[in-house]
Design a protein around this ligand. Structure first.
Ligand code: PEP
Length: 307
């Protein structure tokens, strides 16, 4: 099955006025609600809609992913691995752990993290090989022990990575045997303009257009509002749940709903050991992508234990 990118123009826009005029108005699967419409539904106890997918006991695997960004040398990474192993000896996490260190530490962490966490890279070349000085192709990352790779992280988007590049990188990752973790999310300005769902749908459509079902269901999604990354600011739980449901609804326009249920959708943005349990219990949330709080093995282990 191929994916026909739906145009934004075909979505059904529902305003608060529509809901006031017709209180029992059925919401189509592609409904795009204005912020006022959502507030009204919230008051009526109808928002966010009930979502089964991705929660505990549902189809999608649960994952907690550590993104170390440009932190830790190889000796520091090895100390973390020892610490995490000790922390997890007395805990039984319900989610799989993935650690994305700087690429220089991947190969060294393979043995020390075996049985504790999978490895992921923070970026991948869009090319399989060739004259691309400085780029690491999927085969290099797999060679060093990675099974996952982040694509479209907001810090890379801020450095100029656009949707077309994310699309090419997701395909390169899949070709090379890596599981891409595709990051999507809005800026503060886009959120304030009520454009979150529009932005997230556009980012998803750009990457998933043309992917067949087998490849599409190998992608992990991470909703990361860009204004929440590294700021200590976390959106309201109901707003997170609404975007997670929206992301799945976008995919469900092109792929069978039961397949979409098995796609993990993570939340990322200032997750820490104090807010993890609440965020990870949100409807539709399959886990977390964690930056700052993942640098310390005790904090990361606590987040894992909350999943
Ligand atoms: C991230 O780097 O993807 C991230 C979510 O960072 P932090 O947890 O520090 O906000």
């Amino acid at each position: 099955m191929g994916y026909n990118a739906p145009s934004m123009a075909r979505k059904t826009l529902i305003t608060a006025r529509d809901l006031e005029r017709r209180p029992a108005l059925p919401l189509p699967a592609d409904a795009l609600l204005t912020p006022l419409a959502r507030d009204l539904l919230r008051k009526r106890g109808l928002w966010p809609p009930p979502v089964r997918a991705g929660g505990r006991g549902c189809g999608a695997p649960r994952l907690v992913v550590a993104n170390w960004k440009s932190h830790k040398t190889i000796p520091e990474a090895l100390a973390f691995a020892r610490g995490l192993r000790e922390e997890l000896a007395s805990r039984r996490p319900r989610a799989g752990a993935v650690v994305c260190p700087p690429a220089t530490a991947l190969a060294n962490l393979r043995g020390p993290l075996r049985g504790v966490a999978e490895l992921g890279a923070q970026d991948v070349s869009a090319h399989d090989e060739g004259a691309h000085t400085g780029e690491l192709a999927a085969r290099h990352l797999v060679d060093a022990g990675a099974r996952y790779v982040l694509v479209g992280h907001s810090e890379r988007r801020a450095a100029g990575e656009d949707d077309a590049r994310c699309r090419a990188k997701v395909r390169a990752a899949l070709r090379g045997g890596l599981t891409p973790i595709l990051c999507v999310g809005e800026t503060a300005g886009e959120r304030d303009a009520g454009r979150t769902e529009h932005v997230v749908a556009g980012q998803l459509e750009a990457v998933f257009a043309g992917l067949d079902l087998a490849r599409a269901t190998r992608v992990v999604l991470a909703y990361e509002p860009r204004w929440a990354i590294g700021t200590g600011r976390v959106p309201q739980g109901e707003d997170v749940a609404a975007v997670l449901a929206h992301a799945r609804a976008v995919l469900a326009r092109a792929f069978p709903p039961d397949a979409v249920e098995r796609v993990p959708v993570l939340y990322g943005g200032s997750v820490n050991e104090r807010n993890a349990a609440r965020l990870l219990a949100l409807p539709g949330c399959s886990g977390a992508l964690v930056g700052g709080a993942s640098l310390d093995p005790a904090r990361f282990a606590q987040i894992l234990a909350s999943a």
